[in-house]
Unconditional design. Structure first.
Length: 177
């Protein structure tokens, strides 16, 4: 396992992105989540991921890892979803809304991505985190080589995640979690 990023990143409007297209000019929330099987990690636009956070505005703890094989899902993660992803170039990075960009050393190939979160409800209640205030949410983005496969929800416990899943996922009648 390699850790590509482990730091506080700034989110605005409860969102942060992975971008890999040098010509990228943004995408809409609806585009990112069109036909997706979860409401936290939108992967419908090739080479991009739209990531939802509980905090509306401020710094959140964020870690990005690359694995050789699927890592186990640690029990302390309250939310977990998976999606397929293929960068469009080697210029891949975690991008803040209107700001910073952290390069992620990811060769162009097919990946499985797991997006995990904890503390989303507490962060949503906090809404805005000012400098010097304690944070309550943490996010983990894990990549590993894998053939494309449909995405899905692995774990859902918070009201915030349930809200976003309900916005974008239509579950078959009778489905349970």
């Amino acid at each position: 396992m390699r850790t590509l990023l482990d730091r506080q990143v700034y989110v605005c409007y409860g969102q942060i992105y992975v971008e890999s297209d040098p010509e990228f000019e943004g995408l809409s929330l609806d585009e990112a989540f069109e036909g997706q099987a979860n409401g936290l990690c939108g992967a419908a636009v090739p080479g991009a991921l739209w990531l939802i956070t509980g905090l509306h505005t401020g710094a959140v703890a964020f870690t990005v890892e690359v694995h050789e094989e699927p890592p186990p899902l640690a029990p302390h993660w309250q939310e977990a979803v998976e999606v397929p992803f293929r960068p469009l170039s080697e210029d891949v990075g975690l991008a803040e809304w209107g700001g910073g960009f952290w390069h992620l050393d990811l060769p162009v190939r097919d990946y499985r991505v797991r997006y995990c979160a904890r503390g989303m409800d507490e962060a949503r209640d906090q809404d805005t985190r000012l400098d010097g205030e304690p944070g309550s949410d943490h996010y983990l983005l894990q990549f590993w080589p894998a053939a494309p496969a449909p995405g899905g929800i692995l774990r859902r416990t918070s009201g915030t995640a349930a809200y976003w899943h309900a916005e974008f996922v239509t579950e078959p009648e009778g489905a349970t979690r």
